[in-house]
Ligand binder design. Structure first.
Ligand code: ADP
Ligand code: GN1
Ligand code: MG
Length: 377
């Protein structure tokens, strides 16, 4: 028996733990996420639902029952907002959690792995890189609306799935510990990157400080808004925000900054040739327009002023996390080559440099766009 056959049998057995209405034609690995293991289940009947089976990374998400409870609460809240739509439209716009045969939101297998299932949203695209202003605008709309829809959610219903997720103080402490431990004996390779990160550390605390002194409101935000976490339809219209594992209290600038990190960069997140990294300001303008069109009604001025800080912070914090993982021996992010986390670090730091050089221009675009939508509202 070959191992791919064995894997397929295993996945079929797992799928049968859930209440699915399908004769399964195939189960295949899907997507390019860095955390969970994702599979598409194809239905023999093309008219019926396809499904998405995921093994939740329980090394990253240590309390899966808590995580799934968050997801149930978030999806219910979003579904209520769209209660006027027919069921078929609702299923396209909000993730639907498929229960197990025992009415649970996840299945724990005998090896201690956690599995869950959603409807697979057919005729959608998730882009690792954005190429058109329409895509960027629609993504901005989707994440802006997502925040707007969650603005009135009872915060008690959402618990931290990864504490201190975007807390730069915590991330820098872990980074310094990783340097001290030098677990993978890689320090010598990364001295310039360590230096780059250290020299900027003090300038990266502004959002955290404003949060602590309550100048910025704590809201429920997505926290992982890289562009492949929004599905666009075949016409590149926003359809559904996905990857809800990190929906937690946070600041709007975190979401804005993380999206921009993946949109404004003309190159990939892990581009090896950092000389090709440049800023695409048209895509930045388009995303900003989509986002502010949806968020102006609830955003406070201090939050608008914080957006550009998020744009600088998120690639920086991402570089800190990639480099920490590289120093610790690649224990967190999925990698596709031994140097992958290092390439990612270098690409993110090159992006930080470009963003620093253009900070004023970026802020002008944000402020002008905000004025525009403010007058329209
Ligand atoms: P990860 O945490 O590993 O990034 P995601 O939940 O983002 O996991 O899923 C990985 C990829 O699978 C997404 O980037 C997207 O391309 C695809 N995907 C996730 N959920 C769905 C869905 N319900 N329908 C269609 N594609 C999906
Ligand atoms: C991970 O799960 P995915 O691939 O959408 C990570 C994000 C990082 C991103 C970097 C839970 O996102 O925080 O920004 O990789 N998710 C988690 O590409 O750590
Ligand atoms: Mg994802």
């Amino acid at each position: 028996m070959d191992s791919s056959f064995q894997t397929e049998q295993l996945l079929l057995a797992l799928a049968s733990e859930f209440r699915i209405e399908a004769r399964i034609a195939a189960i295949t690995p899907f997507g390019s996420g860095h955390i969970n293991d994702t599979y598409r289940i194809r239905n023999n009947n093309p008219e019926g639902h396809d499904y998405l089976l995921q093994r939740i990374n329980h090394h990253v998400f240590k309390d899966v029952p808590l995580l799934m409870n968050n997801l149930l609460n978030v999806t219910r809240h979003l579904q209520k907002k769209l209660a006027h739509l027919p069921q078929s439209a609702l299923e396209k716009n909000v993730l639907t959690i498929i229960e197990t045969n025992y009415s649970q939101s996840y299945y724990l297998d005998p090896d201690g792995n956690y599995w869950r299932m959603f409807y697979f949203l057919k005729d959608t695209r998730s882009y690792d890189q954005v190429t058109t202003e329409k895509q960027a605008f629609e993504g901005g709309k989707a994440f802006g609306k997502f925040q707007a829809d969650l603005a009135d959610m009872d915060t008690e219903l959402i618990k931290d799935t990864i504490p201190n997720f975007h807390n730069i103080e915590f991330r820098l402490q872990n980074f310094e510990k990783a340097i001290e431990n030098n677990q993978a004996d890689r320090i010598r390779e990364v001295l310039p990157e360590i230096e780059f990160i250290r020299t900027r550390a003090n300038s990266m605390f502004e959002i955290l400080e404003s949060g602590k002194n309550k100048t910025l409101p704590l809201r429920i935000v997505h926290n992982d808004t890289k562009f492949n976490n929004v599905l666009l339809d075949t016409d590149d219209k926003a359809q559904c925000v996905i990857d809800l594992d990190t929906v937690m209290p946070g600041y709007v600038a975190y979401d804005f900054g993380d999206s921009i990190r993946t949109i404004i960069n003309s190159a990939a997140e892990d581009e090896a040739d950092t000389t090709t990294i440049s800023l695409n300001l048209n895509l930045f303008q388009a995303y900003t327009s989509g986002y502010l069109q949806q968020s102006v009604p609830f955003l406070e001025k201090a939050e608008v002023d914080s957006l550009v800080k998020g744009v600088l912070l998120l690639p920086y914090i991402q570089a800190v996390r990639f480099l920490t993982d590289f120093l610790e021996g690649d224990i967190y992010f999925k990698i596709h080559s031994p140097e992958h986390n290092l390439l990612r670090t270098r690409a993110q730091l090159a992006l930080v440099k470009k963003l620093e050089e253009n900070r004023e221009t970026l802020d002008h675009i944000i402020q002008d766009t905000w004025q525009y939508y403010k007058l329209k509202n």
